[in-house]
Design a protein around this ligand. Structure first.
Ligand code: F6R
Length: 263
């Protein structure tokens, strides 16, 4: 796993946006996997800025979001569809028909989840999957104990996730108990993963993800099995990594290589 440590969360947002923008320029028809939550917000703002000021073109980009709360429709202010419209899709030139967020009000969830997987496949698979991480090490809503081979399905949220996300809903009682989420297996099939983490509340989860054993108790640790993962994290989230200095060395070498290649 490549680990890039930025001084602060704005550095994380800018670096992450650069990776996404590079792909969009290189492959205008790329398939992006997207996440919601507080962490990627700055990256979305930077992508909107790049679209506005630099003409970054999303017209042929296809997106798939990781997850959605069960029971919330697209106009519910806490639904992930609403979040994506407000924080990205309404501000760039993406074709709305190319944006996919799981439908929290699907009737037959099993059939719906199978179709979601099929649509990802029909679009050629995800080129770059953006991920946040929960304090308990979850990616998407793959809570501790989720099978590392899991596919898109319904998942019961843990008390910790419900508590963490209550800040968006106003109270714990209003947070849905179930979500549709891509599985760990689905995520591992993306061609590249971009894991973002900021703040000290993520430091333990990041240590377990990057340097701990691969375990279903920390579903992000499954990313160690993926051939192309870039973790972009701030100093606070990196605070508990034992090999922090080594990751910095690797990045310095990487920069020299890129300068040599004129990138
Ligand atoms: C959201 C998602 C979640 C979040 C994670 C961190 O689509 O998949 O796994 O990435 O819960 O959330 P924040 O960024 O709010 O700390």
């Amino acid at each position: 796993m490549r680990v890039i440590v930025e001084p602060d969360s704005s550095g994380v947002s800018r670096t992450a946006a650069r990776f996404v923008a590079r792909l969009v320029r290189h492959k205008p028809t790329c398939v992006l996997g997207l996440a919601t939550g507080g962490t990627p917000l700055g990256m979305y703002q930077e992508l909107i800025r790049m679209h506005r000021d630099e003409g970054l073109d999303f017209s042929r980009v296809v997106t798939f979001n990781l997850d959605e709360y069960v029971g919330l429709g697209p106009t519910h202010p806490q639904s992930y569809r609403y979040f994506m419209q407000q924080n990205l899709f309404d501000h760039i030139n993406i074709d709305q028909r190319n944006t996919h967020v799981p439908d929290g009000r699907a009737l037959d969830f099993e059939a719906y989840c199978a179709r979601y997987e099929q649509t990802i496949e029909d679009e050629g698979g995800i080129d770059l999957q953006v991920l946040g991480i929960g304090g308990d090490g979850h990616i998407a809503f793959n809570e501790p104990g989720s099978s590392l081979g899991s596919r898109t399905r319904l998942k019961t949220l843990t008390a910790e996730t419900i508590r963490d996300n209550a800040r968006f809903f106003g109270s714990v009682e209003q947070v849905p108990r179930l979500a549709i989420t891509m599985g760990v297996g689905t995520i591992l099939e993306s061609r590249q993963c971009l894991l973002l983490a900021t703040g000290e509340a993520k430091a333990v989860a990041i240590r377990e993800t990057v340097e701990g054993p691969v375990t279903a108790q920390v579903t992000a640790s499954a990313l160690q099995l993926h051939r192309d993962v870039i973790a972009v994290i701030d100093e606070l989230a990196a605070a508990r990594l034992a090999r922090r200095d080594y990751y910095r060395e690797v990045e310095r070498a990487q920069e020299l290589l890129e300068a040599d290649r004129g990138e």
